[in-house]
Write a protein that binds this ligand. Structure first.
Ligand SMILES: Cc1cc2nc3c(=O)[nH]c(=O)nc-3n(C[C@H](O)[C@H](O)[C@H](O)COP(=O)(O)OP(=O)(O)OC[C@H]3O[C@@H](n4cnc5c(N)ncnc54)[C@H](O)[C@@H]3O)c2cc1C
Length: 404
């Protein structure tokens, strides 16, 4: 690889790096993507709940998600896009906030209905405990996607346009020069263990973590697409990290007594979200007091018993006999205002990370936007200038709802 020079080197090949690679390669750029684990065992893209929606608070987030949804519609079979909507239940405290954003969401073309508690019950008869529901929204163009298939789709198109994906390659040092960026990397001889991966990407003292063949990558520009691990790469460029990584857990629950297959994502007033997943239910809940950090332990049965089951049973009497099947934990990458950080970070250095739980659903729009910026110097069809890192200095924040 030494001596080869690319137009753009991407660090991180999760769903975002893959989407940016596709956008760049489609525009004729020579692209290389370096990732320490392209299979993404610890990456957020592999831990995702598959929700896709455009019911956000910021025009930029609505627009990027709507552009993504239109694209997912065009490849729906390949990526398992099931446009069954988002049904979102609100209580007295949160309903006014939901109503306050409807006009903006509708003005940007996103269809969204409001429902009374009785209408919720008619639409989803399983939801039969309605006392605290002040209202609900249903957005029929939203839905569920298979994030792994989507990532593979981006990679397939990127490769077809000449992009190169390097696996087991860790980017260890960087130098930005007058006419190019040089990345010092090493390629591991075999796959690293989860513990080695976590240590490499989070600790200053990388210890005796495996090293392999040294590689130098040279490119005109570099893009940082390292998700919840971005701190380890931002510091190579002397860039401030504004975000923090927080564990999020998902339960897989036996669904024999119920059938949620006709519905898309359902979000309860309690913060619980769930949807049908094959013969099971995928259910998530994020305790608001979860401390930041790169933690991956799944709490298992106690998480199901303490957080998931009580919320499901409190809303639906048919969920009395739910059974815990399994689950996992992954990382959210939370920016201070809960919107992604996309743009030019420094001369020759670009970034797209900190998607704050929105990375899969926004990946197409974000990937195209960054590709436009890198290849033409400006946003054109995909506008994301509100998401540049400079907003944390100027105060022009893009505050967004976080589904915790
Ligand atoms: C439980 C859970 C549920 C979620 N649900 C949803 C949802 O329903 N809808 C939605 O849109 N989003 C959801 N998200 C968020 C979404 O998964 C993320 O926003 C998205 O996956 C981020 O993708 P990424 O490519 O930026 O990061 P990642 O997928 O984490 O990829 C980053 C890559 O960078 C690599 N890397 C890091 N450092 C280096 C280095 N120095 N050298 C080489 N490689 C490096 C890593 O190996 C990794 O592959 C969820 C997240 C979690 C954890």
């Amino acid at each position: 690889m030494a001596g080869e020079r690319y137009d753009v080197a991407l660090i991180g090949g999760g769903i975002i790096g893959s989407a940016v690679a596709m956008g760049l390669a489609q525009r004729g750029a020579r692209v290389v993507v370096a990732d320490i684990d392209l299979s993404g065992r610890l990456s957020s893209s592999e831990k995702n709940a598959g929700g896709v929606r455009a019911t956000w608070w910021q025009p930029v987030n609505i627009a990027l998600c709507r552009a993504s949804i239109r694209y997912y519609e065009s490849i729906r079979t390949e990526v398992g896009f099931r446009q069954k909507g988002y049904l979102w239940l609100y209580d007295e405290a949160t309903w006014p906030q939901a109503l306050a954003h409807l006009e903006l969401q509708r003005s940007l073309g996103h269809r969204i209905e409001t429902l009374s508690a009785a209408e919720v019950n008619r639409r989803v008869p399983e939801i039969d405990r309605l006392d605290d529901i002040a209202g609900a929204t249903f957005s029929p163009d939203d839905g569920l996607i298979n994030p792994n298939l989507l990532k593979e789709h981006y990679r397939r198109i990127a490769r077809a346009h000449g992009a190169v994906f390097l696996d087991q390659v860790f980017v260890d040092a960087a130098a930005v020069e007058a006419d190019e960026v040089r990345l010092e990397c090493w390629q591991a001889e075999s796959a690293l263990s989860d513990a080695e991966l976590a240590r490499l990407m989070t600790e200053d003292d990388r210890g005796a973590a495996a090293r392999g063949q040294l590689i130098e990558l040279r490119a005109t520009a570099v893009a940082i697409t390292t998700g919840a691990w971005s701190d380890n790469v931002l510091r190579l460029f002397g860039l401030r990290n504004y975000s923090e990584s927080v564990r999020r857990q998902i339960c897989i629950v036996d669904n024999r007594a119920t059938n949620f297959a006709p519905y898309g994502m359902i979000v309860d007033t309690s913060g619980l979200y769930f949807h049908n997943e094959g013969t099971h239910i995928l259910a998530g809940y994020s305790p608001p007091d979860t401390p930041p950090g790169h933690h991956f332990e799944y709490d298992g049965e106690p998480f199901f018993l303490n957080e998931i089951w009580p919320r499901m049973y409190a809303r639906m009497s048919c969920c009395e006999r739910l059974r815990h099947v399994g689950g996992w934990a992954g990382l959210y990458e939370l920016s201070p205002d809960r919107s992604a950080i996309i743009g030019r970070a420094a001369p020759r250095v670009f970034e797209a990370h900190s998607f704050s739980g929105r990375g899969a659903m926004q990946s197409y729009g974000a990937g195209q936007a960054l590709a436009e910026l890198i290849t033409t110097g400006a946003y054109r069809d995909f506008e994301a200038s509100a998401l540049g890192r400079e907003r944390f200095e100027t105060g022009a924040l893009a505050p967004e709802e976080l589904h915790i």
